[in-house]
Design a protein around this ligand. Structure first.
Ligand code: ADP
Ligand code: TRP
Length: 320
């Protein structure tokens, strides 16, 4: 089954991104024909500096490969290496009512936040539909914020098919129900905008600083402590087995250790968990050509499919 998802190249990543989005996506490669792409054209709606955009694209590629995306299993490519997507974007644009895009939550939210509107931001869902429809995608796994975009994509495909024949596959939406919200060092949702992140690819010093800054209550070393609702414990749950957690719970209750000790345990677990990924990252950072080759191989495969599909679409609309 073809599953497709796009990743915005947004630079640094934290363990909230990893458990919330990256890991669930990578896990799909074992049971599906996964198409994962770096949404470089989409990123241009917000990133206007050449070097930042270019570096972010490379960073996201390195990060996904380091975290386990396997180019032998998944098709991994940069959106702008498959420019056929822009032709379908135009064709779909001519069938998309303005009113549909004007109802877009994501667009409206951004404008309400004072972000300067541009046509790319407004027509973002059309490009997203094109990403999906060009590859006969069966399922698109998305977070709740993206559901409306996929509904719009389904509408656009239906309108196209009603007019030109049964050409586009109507994709299914897979809402990631059990993606957990990872809390940050202050207990709120971990987010780079809140400055409460733990960045698995930061320096060891930075990682230690972030873990040590986790907010706890002020119980003294010799007081029994509650693990429920403790920010340190909540993060430990991501990295420890059931039996390890039982041991940790006993340590909380015993009144023999302070929060500093639990933070030390968490730090060690995070270091262990990401060690292999960090090594792979070092490797890819030193072997940029290999990353480039993987992306080009992915693009070649994606382009073959896209070229065939766009030919069919051109014929259907009268551009043959
Ligand atoms: P940030 O909030 O740090 O800016 P992004 O908005 O760039 O993160 O999120 C990228 C992806 O990571 C999205 O799919 C989002 O759902 C997921 N994600 C971000 N923060 C978390 C979190 N704290 N818990 C779970 N998933 C998250
Ligand atoms: N809009 C998505 C996001 O911001 C990224 C994206 C672009 C995407 N095209 C897509 C996701 C196609 C799924 C399918 O996260």
């Amino acid at each position: 089954m073809r599953v497709l998802s796009g990743i915005q190249p947004s630079g640094e990543i934290h363990i909230g991104n990893y458990f919330g989005m990256i890991k669930p996506m990578i896990d799909l490669q074992h049971t599906n024909d996964l198409f994962a792409f770096i949404a470089s054209y989409h990123a241009m709606t917000s990133v206007k500096q050449r070097d930042i955009l270019n570096n972010n694209i490379f960073d996201v590629a390195v990060n996904f490969l380091s975290l386990g995306l396997d180019p032998a299993k998944a098709t991994f490519y940069r959106q702008h290496d498959v420019p056929q997507v822009l032709e379908l974007y135009w064709i779909l644009s001519t069938l998309t009512p303005m009113a549909m895009l004007q109802r877009g939550h994501s667009y409206k939210d951004k404008v309400a936040k004072g972000i300067k509107s541009n046509h790319g931001l407004f027509s973002y869902p059309v490009l997203m539909a094109s990403d999906i429809l060009l590859f006969d995608t069966h399922t698109v796994p998305v977070g709740k914020d993206q559901v409306q975009h996929i509904e719009m994509c389904r509408d656009m495909a239906t309108t196209f098919n009603d007019r030109f024949g049964d050409i586009l596959k109507i994709p299914q939406i897979k809402i990631e129900q059990n993606t957990q919200i990872v809390s940050g060092t202050d207990g709120a949702k971990m987010s780079k905008s809140y400055n409460n992140t733990i960045d698995m690819f930061g320096s060891p010093k930075q990682l230690k600083k972030q873990v040590m800054s986790i907010v706890s209550d002020s119980k003294g070393l010799n007081e029994p402590k509650e693990y429920e609702n403790c920010n340190i414990y909540k993060l430990c749950e991501l990295f420890m087995s059931e039996s390890e957690l039982v041991v940790l719970q006993d340590r909380y209750k015993s009144g023999k250790e302070g929060y500093g000790h639990f933070k030390q345990t968490l730090l060690q677990k995070i270091e262990e968990y990401f060690q292999e990924f960090r090594n792979k990252r070092e490797y890819y950072l030193k072997n940029k050509d290999e990353v480039e080759q993987i992306l080009q191989d992915g693009a070649k495969k994606a382009k073959q499919i896209a070229t065939k599909k766009i030919e069919t679409i051109r014929q259907a609309v009268g551009l043959d």
